[in-house]
Design a protein around this ligand. Structure first.
Ligand code: NAD
Length: 474
């Protein structure tokens, strides 16, 4: 039996990053993947969604080009062709990962791995009837869509999760999206731009509840005006098949929310994801936290030589967090000095709606809650209110010349949250295209604790929308 330095379970952004880094450093690494390399992000998440959204945006822009002096007639789209292109993009990226791991002589085993035993310096893993031994284990098993306990949701072909929606070669005639989070709002964008009637049902008082709400309001106003039916503070209570009769043959679903019934051909459920823990049952002493594997700042679990990275740690379910966790964990495992840390306070995130929302750091609400808790209501009153502790610099995106040139009819918004006492930038929140492409500059500022005076010295190229990060400081 071969003994490896590192065994990795799961080949998503966490797993393949760790495999490449540890192999590159001259170690024997084995990676187990039960489905396709690239994990959720590449196969049934970020990349396929962005490929389809780009197709939808091309169609939408072509049919809304009059405002730029262009009239396009008979514009049509072919959803099956969009799907085909998406599959090719995914296939090429997956092949790229395979190649990279091959180049580093990393062993990749296709199959579902199961931990069979664990001692302080040896873990045994079974896969396809073979047993493998490794000194270190890294668990990168990711997450799967959560199915909420709503009556009628199970075994209903009209109910989709995001994987079903991405695989469908035909568009639904109408759709109800349960959950107005990141996945829900990205699919709402895709379907709406391709002309599908969309209803979004969100349980919380607002969509995208974790984002800066002033920024979210800009999206909400635009989408509602465009005809997307967005219901907030509304909980889905039941789903049932559409009653059919000789006069009414269409198939679909009825969804009961706040006592009212809504109808659509498909119901897309996106109410969060849960950590994948199958195959880890032998690790009986593994410490868990809220349904995910508990890890320290180096992604070490409580078990010796066992690490966990990515969605399975339940920290922040984003591909770029997973790959950063893998970098830090491998550095710790290889005892590389200086030891690296993850700046969880400066993780950028993007919602690919149209316009895009991009943000990093604390929202205004989080800052307010933080200071209220720190000071207590009396302290805050004495100190002149929460506003005495932070300031907000904000501007519509239209202050950028490039934004004006390319975003007819849009206003956008850029908000910068600054701690008053030391003038440090602690959060940046933008809505407007293409804020996904310049939020990294704001991450840099938050990560390095830039003050306003320091940020003012950064030169942004003109004309770019990124200049808003400079304009907003004046
Ligand atoms: P989410 O947590 O972002 O949103 C789920 C939403 O569903 C929440 O707003 C919640 O209030 C709502 N909800 C829960 N139960 C409900 C019910 N019974 N009825 C109505 N609403 C209900 O989860 P998601 O959108 O499923 O995304 C999963 C993960 O994937 C997230 O961590 C997300 O950040 C990540 N993701 C990121 C991107 C990106 O970076 N662009 C894209 C897709 C997914």
């Amino acid at each position: 039996m071969n003994r490896y330095f590192l065994a990795i379970i799961g080949g998503g952004p966490a797993g393949y990053t760790a495999a490449e880094l540890a192999s590159k450093a001259g170690n024997d690494v084995i990676l187990f993947e039960q489905s396709a390399l690239g994990g959720t992000c590449l196969n049934v998440g970020c990349i396929p969604t962005k490929s389809l959204l780009y197709g939808a945006k091309q169609y939408y822009n072509a049919t809304h080009a009059q405002k730029y002096g262009v009239t396009a007639e008979n514009v049509v789209f072919d959803y099956a062709a969009m799907q085909k292109r998406k599959t090719i993009v995914v296939r090429k990226l997956v092949a790229g990962i395979k190649q990279r791991l091959n180049n580093e002589h990393c062993t990749v085993v296709s199959g579902a791995a199961k931990v069979v035993s664990h001692q302080p310096s040896a873990v045994n893993i079974e896969c396809n009837g073979e047993t493998y031994e490794a000194e270190n284990l890294m668990i990168c098993t990711g997450s799967t869509n959560f199915v909420p306990p709503i009556p009628g949701i199970k075994d209903n072909p009209a109910v989709w999760d995001s994987t079903d929606a991405l695989a469908a070669t035909e568009l639904p005639k109408s759709v109800i999206i349960v959950g107005g989070g990141v996945i829900g709002m990205e699919f709402a964008t895709l379907y709406h731009e391709l002309g599908v009637p969309v209803t979004v049902i969100e349980a919380m008082p607002t969509i995208l509840p974790n984002l800066d709400q002033e920024v979210v309001q800009v999206l909400l106003d635009k989408y509602r005006k465009a005809g997307i039916n967005i219901l907030t503070g509304t909980k889905v209570e039941e789903i049932r098949p559409l009653p059919t009769s000789p006069e009414r043959e269409e198939k679909g679903c009825q969804v009961k929310a706040n006592g009212e019934w809504f109808e659509a051909e498909k119901v897309l459920v996106c109410v969060g994801r849960r950590a994948n823990l199958q195959g880890l049952e032998a690790l009986t002493e593994l410490e868990m936290e809220r349904g995910a594997i508990k890890v320290d700042e180096f992604c070490k679990t409580n078990l010796p030589n066992v690490y966990a990275c990515g969605d399975v740690t339940g920290k922040i379910m984003l591909a770029h967090v997973a790959s950063r966790q893998a970098e830090v964990a491998v550095g710790r495992m290889l005892k590389q000095i200086p030891l690296q840390r993850i700046a969880y306070n400066a993780i950028p995130s993007v919602v690919y709606t149209n316009p895009e929302i991009a943000s990093v750091g604390l929202t205004e609400q989080q800052v307010r809650d933080f200071y209220t808790e720190m000071e207590g209501p009396d302290g805050i009153t004495k100190a002149g209110g929460v506003e005495a502790f932070y300031e907000v610099h904000k501007l519509p995106m239209t202050f950028s010349g490039r934004f004006m040139a390319e975003n007819e009819g849009e206003t956008g918004l850029c908000k910068m949250i600054v701690e008053k006492r030391n003038q440090t930038i602690v959060g940046v929140h933008c809505i407007g295209n293409p804020s996904s492409e310049f939020i990294a500059a704001a991450s840099f500022a938050v990560r390095n604790g830039y003050t306003i005076a320091e940020m003012k010295q950064v030169v942004f190229p003109h004309p770019t929308v990124s200049e808003i990060l400079h304009e907003v400081l004046h």
